[in-house]
Design a protein around this ligand. Structure first.
Ligand SMILES: NC(=O)c1ccc[n+]([C@@H]2O[C@H](COP(=O)([O-])OP(=O)(O)OC[C@H]3O[C@@H](n4cnc5c(N)ncnc54)[C@H](O)[C@@H]3O)[C@@H](O)[C@H]2O)c1
Length: 347
């Protein structure tokens, strides 16, 4: 099976492409390559450097399935340029779906986000335990990023029919090692802060809840959807998480793991003011477990231990590279590329 992976050179994408290859399929990466080509080193895949807003029919020739991960992937980058965010995350998704239908491509997975469940009503008090959201919970996303993801979901679902069987994965915040590392995701950020600053900052006491999942488990559900029986998954939304955690629990897990590995390091947990907008939500993965017979199982603790083994923790300067922080890198690229107008602005 030949699988087009948009965003295939990103944090989740490179792990997914490797799993697609391991499952005996052929990955085709379609990516702007915001983070460069180096994360794709050693991967046997065709690479198309292109923008999902300017689709080319030739890219779909011979393709059997599409995993759609490309676009802006967090709140700060989406807020930085809300118009680019709308074009990439919503409009390009709609165009991609239409291209799939034109080319007779039935299988389509979409990397949506658990942040869709974040809403004023259940998130205004960090000390309150938020309701457990499932796929039927009404959603009222508030940020540019989560709104663009929800609108994309609606456009995808509107196209589901006998010829097109999309599956939407509402992924929790991802943690874990990838050849294209991100340190702007909570567990990974704590690891970076513990190594670089020997300090972890707990905003508002860190009582807020978040659903979390390891990058390998996220990749696994996309791979499973490539060959799962179509009828139970066609036009369905699935929450994807290993477990819901409170942010302060994550800080304890990181400091505890480091204390074993580096007993002479002193990592301080610093209480910091609550952020202006408190994000606090939990979700259930029982639909995923029931329909796919699969429950993400790589725990935060296992993943922290894996990252501490693989990352250059004795060379803290490595963690300062702006490439690891989406908004820092995008702002830098915007500056550097302002004069080159290969794609218009970097966005
Ligand atoms: N990482 C998480 O915690 C998380 C959680 C929920 C959902 N998601 C979603 O999963 C997907 C992948 O996230 P990630 O963490 O790998 O992010 P990432 O930023 O590492 O990867 C996104 C990739 O998309 C590419 N891209 C961006 N705009 C593009 C465009 N216009 N055309 C072609 N390629 C483009 C980038 O070059 C990058 O390689 C995203 O859709 C994100 O919204 C991520």
């Amino acid at each position: 099976m030949k699988v087009l992976v948009t965003g295939g050179a990103g944090y989740i994408g490179v792990v997914l492409c490797r799993q697609i290859r391991e499952a005996g399929h052929e990955p085709v990466v379609l990516d702007r390559l915001f983070w460069g080509r180096s994360p794709l080193a050693g991967l046997d895949a065709t690479v198309i450097r292109g923008d999902i807003r300017q689709l080319d029919d030739r890219w779909f020739e011979g393709i059997d399935a599409v995993c759609h991960l490309g676009g802006l992937s967090n709140d700060p980058t989406a807020e930085y340029n809300t118009e680019a965010n709308r074009q990439m995350n919503t409009e390009a998704t709609d165009a991609l779906v239409r291209a799939c239908k034109r080319h007779g491509i039935r299988r389509f997975t979409f990397a949506s986000s658990a942040s869709i469940y974040d809403r004023e009503a259940c998130s205004d008090d960090a000390h309150r335990s938020p309701i457990m959201c499932d796929e039927a919970t009404p959603v009222e996303p508030r940020g540019a990023y989560s709104t663009s993801k929800r609108r994309a979901e609606e456009l995808i679902l509107a196209q589901a029919d006998d010829t097109f069987a999309p599956v939407i994965f509402r992924q929790g915040t991802v943690y874990g090692y990838s050849p294209r590392m991100r340190f702007d995701l909570v567990v990974n950020t704590f690891i970076k802060d513990a190594i670089l600053a020997r300090k972890l900052f707990l905003h508002g006491g860190g009582w807020m809840w978040r659903p979390l999942v390891d990058v390998r488990d996220v990749a696994r559900v996309h791979v499973m959807a490539l060959t799962a029986p179509l009828d139970p998954i066609r036009g369905q939304i699935f929450n994807v998480l290993e477990e819901n955690y409170q942010i302060r629990q994550l800080a304890m897990l990181v400091t505890g793991s480091l204390a074993i590995l580096k007993p002479d390091w002193r990592v301080e947990i610093v209480e910091a003011p609550a952020p202006a907008t408190v994000r606090n939500y939990r979700m259930s993965n029982s639909k995923l477990s029931n329909v796919f017979d699969f429950t993400p199982s790589v725990t935060v603790l296992e993943s922290i231990e894996d990252m501490l083994r693989r990352l250059p923790i004795d060379f803290p300067q490595e963690f300062g590279n702006p490439r690891y922080y989406n908004i820092a890198w995008m702002s830098l690229l915007e500056e550097v590329h302002a004069e080159q107008r290969e794609f218009g602005s970097i966005y």
